[in-house]
Design a protein around this ligand. Structure first.
Ligand SMILES: [Zn+2]
Length: 766
């Protein structure tokens, strides 16, 4: 080898080393020195959680049924408190909320015509699964059903959504005073929405059953031989109308601390006023089977997995239904602990998982609870070893998530002001693991940092690929199968992996929609047919969900590393240019679906859209068009400022250590952005839901630009105009805020930046 060639090889080698080091140590929001330190801390963090510990914790939480408000669930709260103290968490406390709870007393269902059948309303034990023999397993019940007794004919109403009743009406079938039998999915809608719809239709009661086409034998092998739901599987659940206002129905918008003011339950918007009961397909089959010759045959898409044609019914099949509930005020307990931040104790990263389960909660939520216990053990060890996070990490075990998201909602309402002042973000894990396929949700500003984080974790399959690579494959597979509901189908932010469309249905709701905190949600998913049943247990997890507890372990690592990055960043890793791109996409979709025309900035000056009715609603009957030009201009301004901020933050970080005062100013400014999406008046008709970008439909489905979208869909143009103005003002406000931050970064006096004051949200309506 010539000396020259040797030098060239050495040079290439050195470049490679430098590049690898730079890549390994470049982390969004960190200076090079902090990134090197962070990499070491994360390495230590990732080395601590073990599958054995995950499994040990999982067994403790799945040992006995622990529904919200039960003795066992309260004992588990004390167990978590004691463990956290041992693990080294600080300020560990159990907080009590006196809320309107729900418990079953008794239920019976008998078919009295054309033949006699008594529903079992129980889940039979499965061979090999000893937990399924536990006499403490509840029978069939739905939380927040009212008590009552009725004898009436049964109508099959498909999925129980409004369009299903329209079709029944077209066929001359009314459900008034009758009992409706609906299935859980096809398409999916939250069971509480099905109950409200039946109540509005005047039905006497609603029976919701699990059709084998959706999560039973039509999908594959059933428990105990496979992951799908067996014949007797019952999906319990609450029917609280928490899409109106979550939490304790008697304290809408304030915390149910002991002694709090309570409205009468009759006046509570979220309290159902209908009897409701879930059924296994075993118990639904005799009803459906006896509807033959009863009314016309139901259409193709109403047919299910049972081996006979489904009819509308309504005359021939009569049942006697009796439900006795014990609904009333009872305590729920939230466990709270923290690792105090070493440098910025008044900036919080909040983590949470619910503790209550319908029965054992193998997946939902005990997989998440096990992962949380390993996460807290690891955080405790790190703190003891002197690796305390810069910001405070607050960890919570919620209660009553399954009953209207109650524990997190009451806690959030209690500490709303403090959280608006201090919180950086909330990271939720509900069902941590039902299989190997990762799904991550994030408000758009945190999507890039979440994706970056998954690059540093290893997926536990033999290929040794990163979690990021595995995630990408999952999304591609689902896209191909057409089952993907995330960003790919919409093209948001150039094929980003994180799902930036966030609906309701878990504990992130109060933080995002009421408090205005950025949220992240993490979960590994797979074939899972035993949701909310007694079969969702330790056996199921060890045979199908995560037999080696490797994905539980990965969840502890991922959850922890994501939290550490938010807790340790020099400058918070928000990406507002991505946020702007998402908002533009949301507006574009709304416009496309409803045939609204958006004028570009240049056209806006030239054209008066009130004269050019191309912007009218699709119905063509609207006399006034909806002009989204101001919204569009404001998005452009927000995006421009966001791009500039991304660049200048990057440049600032590259120069090394930051002036603490400037960092504080920038970070508090960035924290304010999410708060600025709140309208204190809330979205029209649902004042509790204050976020103007993110909301949820009554079905729990994600609903972007909720106030504007619902007004447009209702062809309510005056409200739509007002909501568009609110949106434009919020975008302008955030564009100005980012401009201010950019100015502070480019000013030669940046070293003495004045602290940015966090404001309370003011009314955005002028
Ligand atoms: Zn859950």
């Amino acid at each position: 080898m010539t000396p020259l060639r040797y030098a060239a090889i050495l040079f290439i080698f050195l470049i490679n080393v430098l590049l690898t080091t730079a890549l390994a140590q470049s982390i969004l929001g960190f200076t090079p020195a902090s990134a090197a330190h962070e990499t070491a801390v994360e390495g230590k963090f990732k080395s601590i959680p073990t599958p054995d510990e995950e499994r040990r914790q999982h067994r403790i939480f799945t040992q006995e049924p622990h529904v919200a408000g039960s003795k066992r669930n309260n004992e588990l709260a004390e167990y978590i408190r004691d463990e956290w103290k041992k693990q080294g968490l600080e300020d560990v406390i159990i907080r009590r909320y006196d809320v309107y709870g729900t418990n079953p007393k008794s239920a019976s269902l008998e078919m009295i015509a054309p033949t006699h059948y008594t529903a079992t309303l129980r889940e039979t034990p499965l061979p090999g699964d000893d937990d399924s023999k536990n006499p403490a397993i509840s029978g069939a019940w739905l939380g927040m059903s009212i008590s009552g007794e009725v004898t009436a004919p049964v109508v099959y109403a498909h999925s129980g959504n409004p369009e299903d009743y329209d079709l029944l009406r077209k066929n001359g079938i009314t459900v008034k005073g009758k009992i409706v039998l609906v299935r859980y999915s096809n398409p999916y809608s939250y069971r509480g929405f099905k109950a409200l719809t039946a109540q509005r239709e005047g039905a006497a009661a609603i029976l919701i059953y699990s059709d084998p086409a959706e999560d039973g034998y039509k999908k594959g092998k059933v428990d105990p031989d496979g992951p799908w739901g067996p014949e007797y599987k019952i999906q319990r659940g609450a029917i609280t109308y928490d899409f109106m206002v979550p939490g304790d129905p008697q304290t809408p918008g304030w915390a149910s601390v002991p002694g709090a003011k309570r409205i009468p339950i009759e006046q509570a918007l979220s309290a159902p006023k209908i009897m409701a009961l879930p059924l296994s397909w075993h118990d639904a089959k005799p009803l459906l089977e006896n509807m033959k010759d009863d009314g016309p045959i139901a259409p193709e898409n109403w047919q299910g997995g049972l081996p006979f044609p489904y009819h509308f019914g309504g005359e021939r099949v009569k049942v006697h239904l009796k439900i006795e509930m014990d609904n009333g005020v009872q305590p729920y307990y939230v466990v709270e602990g923290r690792i105090r931040g070493a440098e910025l104790p008044d900036e919080w990263v909040v983590l949470g998982n619910h503790r209550d389960a319908w029965v054992f909660g193998g997946v939902d939520p005990s997989s998440g609870t096990a992962s949380m216990m390993e996460l807290t053990r690891t955080l405790g060890q790190l703190a003891k070893a002197g690796m305390r996070p810069r910001r405070t990490m607050v960890v919570c075990s919620w209660d009553g998530e399954e009953v209207g998201l109650t524990g997190s909602t009451e806690w959030g309402e209690q500490f709303a002001d403090e959280l608006r002042a201090k919180a950086v973000a909330y990271i939720n894990v509900d069902e941590a693991t039902s299989g190997p396929n990762f799904h991550g949700q994030a408000v758009a500003s945190l999507a890039p940092m979440l994706e970056e984080t998954t690059r540093t974790l290893q997926n536990p399959d033999p290929s040794g690929k990163s979690l990021y690579a595995a995630w990408k494959e999952t999304i591609a597979r689902e896209k191909e199968a057409g089952t993907q509901s995330g960003p790919f189908d919409s093209g948001v932010a150039n094929e980003s992996l994180a799902d930036t469309r966030i609906g309701s249905g878990s504990d992130h709701t109060v933080f995002l929609n009421f408090i205005g905190m950025p949220v992240i949600g993490l979960g590994f998913e797979g074939d899972y047919g035993v949701y909310h049943s007694g079969y969702d247990d330790f056996y199921w997890m060890n045979h199908f969900g995560d037999p080696g507890y490797k994905y539980h372990t990965l969840m502890s690592q991922l959850w922890g590393v994501t939290a550490l990055r938010l807790a340790n960043a020099d400058l918070l890793p928000f990406d507002f240019a991505t946020y702007a791109a998402n908002v533009r996409q949301f507006v574009q979709e709304l416009a496309n679906k409803n045939k609204l025309v958006i004028l570009s900035g240049g056209e806006a000056g030239a054209k008066d859209p009130t004269k050019d009715c191309t912007a009218c609603g699709a119905s063509g009957t609207a006399s006034k068009p909806l002009n989204l030009t101001d919204v569009q201009i404001a998005i452009d301004a927000f995006e421009t400022a966001g791009k500039k901020l991304n660049e200048s933050l990057k440049a600032k970080l590259a120069t090394g250590p930051l002036d603490p005062k400037l960092a504080l100013t920038l970070n508090h400014g960035m924290m304010q952005v999410e708060r600025n999406w709140l309208n204190p008046d809330g979205i029209p008709g649902r004042p509790w839901f204050k976020h103007i970008l993110y909301g949820a439909r009554f079905t729990y489905a994600h609903l972007e630009l909720p106030g504007l979208t619902e007004a447009v869909e209702a062809r309510d143009w005056p409200t739509a105009k007002q909501q568009a103005e609110i949106l434009a003002h919020a975008l302008q406000k955030n564009a100005r805020l980012l401009d201010e931050l950019n100015a502070k970064l480019s000013s030669p006096l940046t070293g003495s930046g004045t602290p940015f004051l966090l404001e309370h949200p003011q009314s955005l309506t002028r």
